[in-house]
Write a protein that binds this ligand. Structure first.
Ligand code: HEM
Length: 469
């Protein structure tokens, strides 16, 4: 490629480019850029060019067709300070080796075995709730999904430790997102500023917890059939076990990536259900028909189609991993533009998921968009909450199962209403969180109360997402 040729975009300030506009309101600003400059736009952050893609075909090219030209993006580089070289942050050949090693933990049969843990721990929470109590659903969902991932992947009940791990992982999320959007972030990271000290303290706490798990498992290497045993018992070509450091990086990655995202997805789902009683009533009717008051199992999931559609639609509007950015390590010609190595390329699911070209009335929460017929009319990458290509979320089947089972278990017994006046503000850090939490009132419901609503609205049968390759 001869000379760089960037697409049009906002000029921004002479030295800083658009960094201040972006930091003030990342989603609002990027939305404005997409509306003004179209499907390929250049946003300058200091000396760095960041290309924003808005068309599903280009996003597919970035994530799938030309993925070998990319490394993980700037946020991943900061995440690596906490996660080391785990699956989310490593590059080939390490990434490929570790992905192959970990993949079996997410196969269908293994996922099925996690279902009982998911419902049992959710039922514990449903038992804890009291009528008319106020709960912060953002916190409740974090505690719950953390406890589930701890038991499913590490065979450990981390109920006690969750009060330490939850806040520590919040600090990691805040810090990473903050520093990775500062041009002098790498410099600030090296200074003993209060935020950096908080971050390194949180990381040390997480380290102590994970290294303790590893030490206990090394002391007794009996195969417990969980992911931690897979890591501990793995041997390379020369028969050597994985170094503790690498086990730690993989475990830490799965612990953090495996709970915050699903927790945010569920928090937004409860919020949307509370705002849309007609959707909630259809959901309740499905639960009453399929489950008739008993706890859901793995085998119920194909029958919980409307529940799945609700979850699909919630993460369309509020994708927990709201955008992904990658770094070009080789030149890339996209349309008429010539991007040199070193350019950042970004795709923001939050924006594409609300693009009226693919989503009529995009702001409307409408689970009926998820019938098989409606899905078939949309390009594959108009919806990518789990990314795509070789870096697609490894935990996707886990997340679908967990989302559906948690919704089904709690919504059977409880109805949630937003506490009047509670401010709901999406905050795009590494994950998309409600900035002030989600304070809700819990009200008991009697299974059967909405019977009959399903008549005429039964969704068409479709292969549910857990069956997808
Ligand atoms: C609703 C829940 C979830 C969402 C929306 C989500 C989203 C994503 C996305 C968009 C990526 C790709 C990021 C990139 O482009 O680099 C990703 C990667 C990843 N996710 Fe998830 N995730 C969820 C749940 C989970 C769960 C439950 C686990 C584990 C138990 C998990 C583990 C991972 C890992 C390890 C990666 C890195 C994969 C790789 O690079 O090979 N995620 N996730």
């Amino acid at each position: 490629m001869k000379t760089a040729h960037y697409p049009p975009g906002p000029r921004g300030l002479p030295l800083a480019g658009s960094i201040l506009d972006y930091r003030r309101d990342p989603l609002g600003f990027m939305g404005e850029v997409a509306r003004t400059y179209g499907d390929v736009a250049d946003v300058r952050f200091g000396p760095f060019h960041s290309i924003l893609l808005g068309h599903p075909d280009d996003i597919k090219d970035m994530l799938v067709t030309y993925n070998r030209r990319f490394h993980q993006g700037p946020a991943h580089m900061f995440l690596a300070r906490a996660l080391g070289q785990g699956l989310l942050t490593s590059e080939n050949p390490l990434h490929l080796r570790q992905r192959r090693l970990l993949q079996p933990a997410f196969h269908r049969q293994r996922i099925a075995a996690y279902a009982d843990v998911m419902t049992a721990y959710t039922a514990d929470l449903a038992d804890e709730w009291r009528a008319s109590a106020q709960r912060d659903l953002a916190q409740e969902m974090m505690r719950l999904t953390l406890r589930i991932v701890g038991k499913a992947l590490f065979d450990t009940d981390i109920r006690e430790a969750s009060s330490l791990i939850g806040p520590a992982s919040s600090v990691v999320n805040d810090y990473t997102s903050n520093r990775s959007t500062q041009v002098i972030g790498p410099l600030l990271d090296r200074l003993p500023l209060p935020a950096s000290r908080r971050f390194y303290r949180a990381k040390a706490q997480l380290d102590r917890f994970v290294y303790q798990l590893i030490a206990e498992r090394r002391a007794d290497e009996t195969d417990r059939g969980d992911l931690l045993s897979m890591l501990i018992l793995a041997r390379d070509e020369s028969g050597r076990p994985m170094a503790d450091r690498q086990v730690r990086d993989e475990a830490m990655t799965l612990l953090l990536a495996g709970h915050e995202t699903t927790a945010n997805a569920l928090t937004w789902t409860w919020y949307l259900l509370a705002q849309h009683p007609e959707v909630e009533a259809t959901l309740h009717a499905e639960l009453d028909t399929v489950l008739a008051g008993r706890l859901p199992t793995f085998d119920d999931v194909p029958g919980l189609r409307y529940t799945e559609m609700v979850f699909c639609e919630a993460i369309r509007l509020y994708p927990p991993a709201w955008g992904t950015s990658k770094l070009l390590i080789a030149p890339w010609q996209i349309r008429q533009y010539a991007l040199p190595a070193g350019t950042v390329v970004a795709a923001i699911s939050y924006l594409v998921h609300r693009d009226p070209r693919y989503w009529p009335e995009p702001e409307r929460f409408n689970p009926d968009r998820w019938t098989a017929e409606a899905e078939a009319t949309r390009p594959r990458f108009a919806y990518f909450p789990f990314g795509g290509g070789p870096r697609q979320c490894i935990g996707e089947p886990f997340a679908w199962l967990e989302g559906i089972l948690i919704l089904a278990t709690l919504a059977q017994r409880w109805r949630l209403r937003l506490v009047p006046g509670h401010p709901v503000v999406p905050e795009p850090l590494i994950t998309l969180r409600p900035k002030y939490g989600m304070r809700m009132l819990v009200e008991p419901r009697t299974p059967g109360a909405d019977a009959g609503v399903m008549a005429g609205t039964a969704p068409s049968p479709a292969t549910h997402r857990l069956r997808r390759p």
